[in-house]
Design a protein around this ligand. Sequence first.
Ligand code: AQP
Length: 338
Amino acid sequence: MAEAAFTKRVFSGIQPSGGLTLGNYLGAIKRFVDMQEDDYETIYCMVDLHAITVWQDPAELARNTRELCAGFIAAGIDPSKSILFNQSQVPEHTQLAWIFNTVARMGWLNRMTQFKDKAGKNRENASVGLFAYPALMAADILIYHATHVPVGEDQKQHLELTRDIAAKFNHDYGVDYFPITEPVIEGAATRVMSLRDGSKKMSKSDPSDMSRINMTDDADAIAQKIRKARTDPDALPSEVDGLSERAEARNLVNIYAALTDQSVEDVLRDVGGKQFSEFKPILSDLAVAKLSPISSEMARLMQDTAEIDRILHIGAEQAREIATPILSKTYDIVGMVR
Ligand code: AQP
């Protein structure tokens, strides 16, 4: 397919399934801001329809959606430069998702590790929505003909599926209609790990609050969580190879590198040889300095939820201007009489 036929357009989303974590910030939002300032059209979404694939208290969901919007803006997403909205206000996502449910194969979805992780041992009791989640995600992206999707490492498999769905649709209907989207998984913090267990991803829904840094944590909470973060007894190495068998140490160094926009090599040149007792306070001062302006701006924005709702509504209208003709042409391709 001729790449040049598609506008350079970025789409990405975050679930309002809890408070934002440092993982969401470094793996996603911070990079959304970079792409907004680059040569792309940018569309960012609070994916509330994805969030309800596991139970969400309705009042909490509404609050988390608005708080997530505040987080996007506080971190640097500018609604006059990027389209910012919540998914359920643009029904074209679910309309295209239904078509993609008929394109995606059961075998493809059966391989999705996120479903296996989230459904756990009780698969029979997981929602159908949780299983079909990746087809909706493909629709979120392809309803805008997005060419680039910045995400954390954990979403790589879903993006491969998005490419498979686009390719199969194009092949089955004999068209070159949907772009084969490029995942953008870059930087030192594509997978921020739990502070309690270096083998687990830092996650909004981890039962232990000590496992994550929330964007709304105050300076004391951040300092306490980093102080208590699990580490090993050795000093930091001076070379990247020295981190290969040290998941917790690597995680803290990656966080430092991402917060300072440096490579891990450069960070180790400065901090190699330091003990954790010395490195952890440096990291917590840095995290507080970077995160507290964002959390105080989030708190300020949350005082005017009517303004947040207005921003989301305008964003949804802008999103529909792109999505409506793409869905309409899709229906024509599929043979829907209207
Ligand atoms: N730990 C992480 N490190 C780097 N990136 C991460 N992302 C999430 N966790 C990390 C990225 O953030 C974006 C939004 O993720 P999401 O909210 O759609 O869902 P998720 O990946 O399932 O995130 P959580 O925090 O783990 O949520 P819950 O607990 O509800 O499942 C994505 O780009 C993701 O890669």
